[in-house]
Write a protein that binds this ligand. Structure first.
Ligand code: G3P
Ligand code: CA
Length: 239
């Protein structure tokens, strides 16, 4: 499965609607989004805790209400073509997404700031939009994975990591994760074998080079996250 990482983020500003529009036209199987929480507890799509890198504003997402946040320009940092882009809410994104037959990966950005109740807030929105059966909720923070599993043990969750450790699939499973998402450099045959032994899907990020894509396909990984979904689809067709 090919997931567009933050949308088609090589072609349009990450986590914005143009990036998701392009990704949905690419033939990718799924989309990946990053979610943080505003001051008024609205889940929004943005990768960093601070708005500085991807908008014309400064400061932390958690210090803005959504009405303040939506006024920021979230596209010009990428190209002047995208100067009318704004940060969208999870609710807005899900209304757009739900009529598309794609998978979704919601990454809860809880590894730096521990947003109060973000797990339940995001879960409720996915449930409301009837998206739970095609969504994987992931986090670098095992506590978030555990909280989601405690809310609903049937929901697909993933532990995200860039750090090697012994018996990683078992560690993820013991913390309630049903799948594992790891950085490309951690990928080897043994990890694929261990994951599949535990019946745990293994997905790899961020796979942008054709040779890396081929390696993932060859080893039998269950999914990749890529900034270039058009190229990944082409590569998979050639494989
Ligand atoms: O979910 C895979 C990947 O998105 C995790 O890293 O920093 O790109 O959010 P990052
Ligand atoms: Ca992410």
């Amino acid at each position: 499965m090919i997931y567009a990482h933050r949308g088609a983020s090589k072609l349009a500003p990450e986590n914005t609607m143009p990036a998701y529009d392009l990704a949905s036209e690419s033939g990718a199987d799924g989309l990946e989004i990053d979610v943080q929480l505003t001051k008024d507890n609205i889940p929004v799509l943005i990768h960093d805790e601070n708005v500085r890198r991807t908008t014309n504003g400064t400061g932390f997402v958690q210090d803005y209400t959504y009405d303040q946040l939506r006024l920021l320009d979230a596209g010009s940092w990428f190209s002047s073509k995208f100067s009318d882009c704004s940060i969208v809410t999870l609710d807005y994104f899900l209304r757009w997404f739900k009529n598309r037959s794609m998978q979704l990966n919601v990454e809860l950005k809880t590894n730096v700031i521990h947003y109060n109740n973000i797990e339940a807030i995001v879960y409720d929105q996915l449930n409301y939009h009837q998206m739970l059966d095609r969504t994987v909720i992931s986090s670098f923070n095992v506590a978030s994975v555990e909280k989601i599993t405690a809310i609903d043990s049937n929901v697909q969750t993933a532990f995200l990591t860039s750090i090697k450790r012994k018996h990683l699939p078992k560690y993820a499973y013991d913390h309630g994760a049903s799948s594992l998402h790891v950085k490309y450099r951690m990928l080897d045959k043994a990890l694929v074998k261990q994951c599949h032994h535990h019946r745990m899907p293994l997905r790899i990020y961020t796979v942008n080079r054709p040779s890396w894509m081929t390696k993932c396909f060859k080893l039998g990984c269950d999914g990749i996250f890529t900034d270039v979904p058009h190229e990944a689809v082409e590569q998979r067709d050639l494989f």
